[in-house]
Write a protein that binds this ligand. Structure first.
Ligand code: CP
Length: 324
């Protein structure tokens, strides 16, 4: 695996391979093996042009548990604020010996640009680009669904026969996009629920059903209900009902929680707007996997870094990659 840029181009076999390697990584953590020597001598650079809590910290934890050295770069406080370009920033980090660059950027496509530019030789992992994709989030979500559903029998299984309903700000969500493609590849049925103004124009090309009615979607009994953050920072007033109206029609509160089948799980990638898309009762309920998702993120990111830096030579980056 050379780069991990999206889930749209990830094959069924490659997705299962990442999930199964993540199972192995989770096993080592369950056995309280604090560190594996696998990536000793490698350097992972976290190159974050947008804010992050979960993704940046879990990539750092993942790299350290594999004994890699980690350099954390945040655009805030760096020479990016003086106008330094992505190319110059990346080449500066390459000169410091980066073997892998984990990049979060506000521009959709920035990770692929970095991977295909020839500016650097390091492997590239997309940690979220604009409204495009967030592949490791979708992988950790699939890992969480599989673990909850199949437990110890998870290895080698896909999500065929399961249904996942994704609710909220689909328009601005790279998490939704990565999940739709990955869940579809793994055989799950995906339903998207949102106000009409928060559905992307090209959604008819996505392998998912669209609904505007959350109660009807819940009545179908999804195996997983994934609530998304309303991204107010990317929103113009024209797109959004009032917060009260949104919460009433598309929020997950006690009544909707009670209407879900007993074995349905409630997911959220974080950060949450408690009281808007999800109530505290739903977020903290036993069927909520919010913190499991965070914990599983470390295992999945260990798997991604392992496959990138120590794994087999085959490529998971999809079309458009330029070998270097
Ligand atoms: N889910 C997620 O990407 O969270 P952060 O923005 O905190 O990394």
């Amino acid at each position: 695996m050379r780069h991990l840029l999206d889930t749209k181009s990830l094959s069924h076999a490659d997705a299962l391979r990442i999930l199964d390697v993540a199972e192995n990584m989770a096993d080592t953590q369950r056995r309280e093996v604090k560190k594996l020597p696998t990536l000793r001598g490698k350097t992972v650079v976290n190159l974050f042009f947008e804010d992050s809590t979960r993704t940046r910290i879990s990539f750092e934890a993942a790299a350290k548990r594999l004994s890699a050295d980690v350099i954390n770069f945040s655009a805030k406080g760096s020479s990016v604020s003086k106008g330094e370009s992505l190319q110059d920033t990346a080449q500066t980090l390459q000169a410091m010996g980066a073997d892998a660059v984990v990049i979060r950027h506000g521009a959709s496509g920035a990770p692929r640009t970095l991977a295909s530019s020839g500016w650097i030789t390091a492997g590239v992992v997309n940690a979220g680009d604009g409204t495009h994709e967030h592949p490791t989030q979708a992988l950790l979500d699939a890992f969480t669904i599989r673990k909850r559903r199949f437990g110890e029998a998870s290895r080698g299984r896909d999500l065929a026969g399961l249904s996942v309903t994704i609710v909220g700000d689909i328009l601005h969500s790279r998490v939704a996009r990565s999940n739709v493609w990955l869940l579809h590849t793994l055989g799950a049925k995906v339903t998207l629920v949102a106000p009409p103004t928060l559905i992307p124009q090209d959604v008819s090309t996505w392998p998912a059903r669209i609904s505007y009615d959350l109660d009807a979607a819940i009545a179908e009994g999804p195996d997983a209900l994934m609530m998304l953050r309303i991204q107010l920072e990317r929103m113009s007033a024209a797109y959004f009902p009032t917060e009260r109206e949104y919460s009433r029609r598309w929020g997950l509160g006690a009544d909707r929680l009670a209407a879900l089948p007993a074995d349905s799980i409630v997911m959220h990638p974080g950060p949450m707007n408690r009281g808007m898309e999800i109530s505290a009762e739903a977020a903290d309920s036993p069927r909520s996997t919010v913190l499991e998702q965070v914990a599983n993120g470390v295992s999945v990111r260990m798997a991604a870094l392992y496959l990138l830096l120590a794994g087999a030579e085959d490529d998971l980056s999809g079309p458009g990659r330029t070998p270097n």
